[in-house]
Design a protein around this ligand. Structure first.
Ligand SMILES: Cc1ncc(COP(=O)(O)O)c(C=O)c1O
Length: 407
């Protein structure tokens, strides 16, 4: 019979090079070193001019530098033992627990993992939806992030693009019309909890009402909460998108509102659905429940650290500051008559498309005739003021334009 040993029973392995040994001397020549120096300076400059993408640059994980000495790989299911144990599963689980509490689902009814970003979380949610609703049709609005179209192709899912309202929110009338035409098929609804460009939030109550009105009993709702998954829970009276409100899975990005040097995300789903797609893989001695095989152990550690350091109160204060900054940016734009507006509960300021030099310098995402500024924790009044000075310089005497609203 196989005897199992506790780790302490093994003799320590003598190490020729400690895990923290310095790299071999002379690893980089002067030219390569100079290139790194130039890159560093360029990144510093570019990061200082980031106004258009939902990435928070206000973070500090230097305390975790010593962990660079390990190849931390969170391969496998974070809720199970794996043979590869140089991992941070314990910290990953605690990060998941934080989001589960935020999204109102109790232990042991949820399962989740730290992904490589919002796209992987959406892919996991739609993969699960496909297994739960075979032959289901995915519905999402035309304002949905481009990753979702890619995902439905990869997963070979039938899909219907629903019209959006002008503010970027799903057109629920069009959604109901589409449902009526396909009543024989299970429904997989992808709700945008903050659209990429306009920061619009799809209403889970209205989506569920349309399902009910059309007597659709077999359905699944996945929430793409890439950015707002970390803002709405901290805003009083903000629309609910959590499990209590009807979500079956939720994906959120880690590098967006929380901020970190590498992309990451979290996906959370109902455990009983996950159990249906679980497969055991002997090679890693674990259940292969995640989309990625090898997974970044450092990002779980960084998420955990941010959660420990800030907690709910800290995040709440950051969100409040971002919403105030959106008001400030709106007021500054109004001073020069530059058309701009913000959806309720949003930190995304939508504005008429500025000239190309401004778009490039401030790294603004653009679509058709508009662009946006995203108020993340690193955005200060000084940054908005600098942006406004540039805008004024390039457009010294803008024609006063009528203020436009989303409605
Ligand atoms: C609404 C939305 N969903 C999904 C994504 C994709 O997230 P990621 O870039 O983390 O994969 C984004 C990215 O901006 C987004 O805005």
């Amino acid at each position: 019979m196989l005897k199992t040993f506790a780790l302490e029973e093994f003799a320590p392995v003598p190490e020729e090079r400690g895990p923290l040994a310095a790299p071999p001397a002379g690893a980089l020549d002067a030219a390569a070193q100079a290139r790194l120096d130039r890159l560093y300076e360029a990144l510093k400059r570019r990061a200082a001019h980031m106004l258009g993408y939902p990435t928070n640059f206000d973070f500090d994980y230097r305390e975790l530098e010593r962990f660079f000495a390990f190849s931390m790989n969170n391969v496998g299911d974070p809720f199970e033992d794996t043979l590869y144990s140089v991992n941070t599963h314990e910290f990953e689980r605690e990060a998941i627990d934080f989001f589960a509490q935020l999204y109102h689902i109790q232990k042991p009814n949820y399962w989740g993992y730290v992904t490589q970003g919002g796209t992987e979380g959406n892919m996991y949610g739609l993969y699960l939806a496909r297994e739960v609703c075979p032959n289901g049709v995915v519905y999402f609005s035309e304002d949905t992030h481009y990753s979702v179209m890619k995902i439905v192709h990869v997963l070979n899912l039938k899909h219907i693009v629903v019209r959006s309202q002008k503010n970027g929110e799903m057109d629920y009338g069009d959604f109901a019309d589409m449902l009526r035409l396909n009543r024989d098929k299970p429904v997989i609804a992808l709700a945008n909890i903050g659209t990429t460009m306009k920061g619009a939030v799809d209403d889970l109550g209205k989506i569920r009402q349309a399902l009910h009105d059309n007597a659709i009993h077999h359905s699944y709702i996945h929430c793409d909460a890439a950015l707002f998954g970390m803002t709405l829970p901290f805003i009083k009276d903000a629309p609910a998108f959590d499990f209590a409100a009807g979500a079956d899975s939720i994906a959120v990005s880690g590098h967006k509102f929380i901020g970190m040097p590498t992309p990451s995300g979290v996906v959370i789903a109902k455990r009983h659905n996950v159990e249906r797609v679980k497969a055991a893989i002997e090679y890693i001695g674990a259940s292969d429940t995640t989309i990625a095989g090898s997974r970044n152990g450092l990002s779980s550690l960084m998420l955990w650290r941010a959660i420990q350091a800030l907690g709910r109160k800290g995040f709440e204060a950051q969100v409040k500051a971002c919403l105030n900054m959106a008001d400030y940016a709106l007021a500054r734009l109004a001073e020069i008559g530059w058309p701009a507006w913000v959806n309720p509960y949003s930190n995304i300021v939508v504005l008429d498309r500025p000239p190309r030099e401004i778009i490039r310098k401030w790294q603004l995402a653009v679509k058709d005739d508009f662009a946006h500024l995203i108020m993340m924790p690193h955005v200060s009044k000084a940054k908005i003021d600098a942006f406004m000075r540039d805008l004024r310089r390039v457009c010294p005497a803008p024609e006063p334009m009528p203020r436009r609203s989303a409605a």
